[in-house]
Unconditional design. Structure first.
Length: 590
C-alpha cells in the first residue's frame, strides 16, 4: 500500500464521516422535531418505549443522538428514569440499521438488478436527484430530502472509496499480524471501545470495520471483540452530555453505560467459554460487511429480549451509584415548577428545541394574562395580597423572557429550516409583547393602589363605561393567548377589528370624562388615574395586535404587516368593516 492509496483511504474516511453527518442533519431537519415529540409523549408503556427508541434511532441514524435526547428529557423532567430505560434499550437496536445499509457494498452478481443495488451504481443517481432538489426546490421539504439524498450518496461513496483503498492491505503481512493481535478478546474490545469513543458514533466505527473487510484478512475472531467494544464506546457521548445535568439525567446516562457493559461482558464470557469447548469454526473465516451487520443486529436484539424483563435492575444500579437525596424526594412531592424544558441538549435538534420554547412561552403568556386580570380586578377593590401576587407574576414573566430569549439566541446560531427561522423570530417578538403586557399590569395595579390610598373612586357612570372597556380588553387578551397557543389563523384575523374598536373606546371614554369634568361631576385627579388606566388598556391591545400579526406573518408568504393593516382598515374591506360594526354594538358604552 503506497502513499497515494493511504491518501485515498483517508479521503474515503473523511467523505464517509461527512456523509453520515449530512445524512443525520437532513433527517433531523426533515423530522422537524416530530420524532422527538412522539418519543416524549408515548413512553409510558415500556414496550412502546423500546419500539419508539428503535424507530427514532433507525430514522435519525444515531443511537448517541437518541440517548443524548433522552438525557435531556430526564434532565427537564419531561421523562421519568423508568421511561428512559426502555428508549435506551430500543436505541441500541435501531442503530444497527446503518450496518445493514452499508452492507450493500457486499452485493455482487451479473444481473442488472444486483448491479443496481451496489453503491457505485445508485449513489450517483441519488446525488444528482439531491443536487436538483437543493438547487431547484422551492419548498423547505424538498431541500431537506435533497440534503438526505446527498448525505446518503456521499456516505456510500466514501464507504466504497475506503473499501477500494484498503484492498492492497491484504498483501501486507504486517497488517495481518496487527489484526491477529486484535483477535485477543480483551485487546479487540478495547480497540473497538477507543475508536468509537474518539469518533463518538458506533454506526461510523461499524462502517469502518465493514470497509476493512474488503481486504479479506479480517476474520470473525477479530471482528466480534471489536464490535463488542464499539457498543461500550458509544456510551461516551451520553456520559459527556450528562456533565452538569441533574442527578436523574446522570442516572439516565449511567443506565446506558451499565446496559452496554453488562450485555457486552455477559456475551464475551458466555461466548468465549462455550468456544473453549466447542471451537466455533466460523471464527477463522474472513468477515464480510453483511456478516458484521448480522452479528451486530443479532447481538443487540438478543440483549434487549433478555434484558427487557429485568430492565428495572438497570434503574436500581443507577440509583445505587447516585443515591436519591431527601431534597430530590421533597421536590418530587411538591412538584416545583421551573423552566427546565429549555435544555441545552435539545439545541442539537432545532425543530424540537423550538417546540419546547413554544411550550414555555405558552406558560409565560398565561402568567402575563393572570397578572393583568388580577390587576384589573383591583380597580374596583384593592387587595394587598393580590398586589403582591401581580408583582410576583411580573417577575416570573421577566424571568421567562430572559430564559426564552437567551435560549432562542443560542438556537438561532444552529442550522434552522426557513420556517423554523421565521417561527423563532415570531417567538422572540411575542415574548416581548407578553412581557410588556405584564408591565402594564403593574401600572394598572399602581393606579388601583393610588385610588385605595387616597380613598378615591370613579363615578357610577365612569364605572359603567370602564366595565365595558375592561370587558373588551379581557376578551382581546384571552383571544391573543389562545391564538398564540393554538396558532388559529381565523381567530388571529379577529384581533385587528377588536383592536380598532378598543382604540375607539379609549377616545370615547376620555371624551365622556372631559364632559363630566366640565359639569363638575368628576375631579381632575380622577381624570389622571382614568387616563393612566385607559392608556395602559390601549397599549395592551396594541401588543395583542402584534402577537396576532406575527402569527399571520409566519403562515402567509410575502406577508407585509403595514400593507396588511392598511388593507384591512380600508373602507373597501367589507368583512373587516362589518366585524368592526358588530363589535361596536357588543361593546357599546351606556
Amino acid at each position: 500500500m503506497d502513499i497515494f492509496s493511504l491518501l485515498t483511504m483517508i479521503g474515503g474516511l473523511a467523505l464517509f464521516l461527512y456523509g453520515m453527518e449530512v445524512l443525520g442533519d437532513g433527517l433531523k431537519k426533515a423530522s422537524g422535531g416530530k420524532l422527538e415529540h412522539i418519543l416524549e409523549k408515548l413512553t409510558s408503556n415500556k414496550l412502546m418505549a423500546v419500539l419508539l427508541g428503535a424507530g427514532v434511532t433507525a430514522v435519525i441514524q444515531s443511537s448517541s443522538a437518541t440517548t443524548v435526547m433522552v438525557v435531556g428529557f430526564v434532565n427537564s423532567g419531561i421523562m421519568k428514569l423508568s421511561q428512559a430505560v426502555g428508549v435506551i434499550l430500543g436505541a441500541n437496536v435501531g442503530t444497527t440499521v446503518t450496518a445493514w445499509i452499508l452492507s450493500l457494498t457486499d452485493v455482487g452478481g451479473t444481473s442488472f438488478f444486483l448491479k443496481l443495488l451496489k453503491p457505485t451504481s445508485f449513489s450517483p443517481i441519488l446525488a444528482i436527484i439531491g443536487v436538483a432538489l437543493l438547487s431547484m426546490g422551492n419548498k423547505e421539504k424538498h431541500k431537506n430530502i435533497g440534503t438526505i439524498l446527498i448525505g446518503f450518496a456521499v456516505l456510500m461513496f466514501g464507504m466504497d472509496t475506503m473499501s477500494t483503498a484498503v484492498e492492497p492491505l491484504s498483501e501486507m503481512p504486517e497488517f495481518s499480524h496487527i489484526l491477529l493481535m486484535f483477535s485477543n478478546p480483551v485487546l479487540g474490545m478495547l480497540v473497538g471501545l477507543v475508536l468509537t469513543a474518539i469518533i463518538q458514533s458506533s454506526s461510523a466505527s461499524i462502517g469502518i470495520l465493514q470497509a476493512l473487510c474488503a481486504t479479506g484478512v479480517v476474520s470473525y475472531a477479530t471482528a466480534i471483540p471489536i464490535i463488542m467494544g464499539q457498543n461500550v464506546g458509544t456510551c461516551v457521548t451520553a456520559m459527556l452530555s450528562s456533565a452538569g445535568a441533574s442527578k436523574n439525567a446522570k442516572r439516565a446516562a449511567l443506565v446506558h453505560l451499565y446496559y452496554n457493559i453488562i450485555k457486552t461482558v455477559a456475551f464475551m464470557v458466555v461466548f468465549y467459554a462455550v468456544n473453549a469447548f466447542v471451537h466455533f469454526a466460523f471464527l477463522n473465516e474472513a468477515a464480510s460487511a453483511l456478516g458484521i451487520a448480522v452479528i451486530h443486529t443479532a447481538f443487540n436484539v438478543a440483549a434487549v429480549v433478555i434484558m427487557f424483563p429485568v430492565s428495572s435492575i438497570l434503574e436500581k444500579l443507577a440509583y445505587l451509584t447516585i443515591p436519591e437525596t431527601e431534597e430530590e424526594k421533597q421536590e418530587s412531592v411538591h412538584d416545583k415548577k421551573e423552566i427546565q424544558l429549555l435544555d441545552p441538549r435539545f439545541l442539537n435538534t432545532p425543530g424540537f428545541a423550538l417546540e419546547q420554547c413554544k411550550n414555555v412561552a405558552v406558560d409565560m403568556a398565561e402568567y402575563s394574562k393572570e397578572a393583568l386580570f388580577l390587576a384589573i380586578q383591583m380597580i374596583d377593590k384593592y387587595d394587598k395580597q393580590a398586589a403582591e401576587k401581580v408583582i410576583e407574576l411580573e417577575n416570573v414573566v421577566d424571568h421567562y423572557e430572559d430564559e426564552i430569549g437567551t435560549y432562542l439566541v443560542k438556537l438561532s446560531s444552529r442550522h434552522l429550516t426557513e420556517k423554523d427561522s421565521q417561527q423563532l423570530s415570531v417567538l422572540l417578538h411575542s415574548i416581548g409583547d407578553f412581557e410588556r403586557i405584564s408591565d402594564h399590569a403593574i401600572n394598572i395595579m399602581e393606579s388601583a393602589r393610588e385610588m385605595y390610598e387616597k380613598e378615591l373612586s370613579f363615578s357610577k357612570k365612569a364605572q359603567e363605561e370602564l366595565a365595558i372597556y375592561t370587558g373588551a380588553i379581557k376578551d382581546i387578551v384571552s383571544t391573543s393567548v389562545l391564538v398564540f397557543q393554538e396558532e388559529d389563523l381565523k381567530l388571529a384575523a379577529m384581533i385587528e377589528p377588536l383592536e380598532e374598536v378598543i382604540d375607539g373606546l379609549s377616545v370615547e371614554v376620555k371624551k365622556r370624562h372631559m364632559k363630566r369634568l366640565r359639569k363638575g361631576k368628576c375631579t381632575i385627579e380622577m381624570g389622571f388615574i382614568l387616563s393612566d388606566i385607559t392608556t395602559n388598556y390601549e397599549r395592551v391591545s396594541d401588543h395583542c395586535s402584534n402577537i396576532a400579526l406575527s402569527l399571520l406573518q409566519l403562515n402567509e408568504e410575502n406577508f407585509d404587516t403595514h400593507e396588511y393593516q392598511e388593507t384591512i382598515s380600508s373602507k373597501d374591506n367589507v368583512a373587516f368593516t362589518s366585524e368592526v360594526e358588530h363589535l361596536k354594538e357588543r361593546y357599546q358604552l351606556p
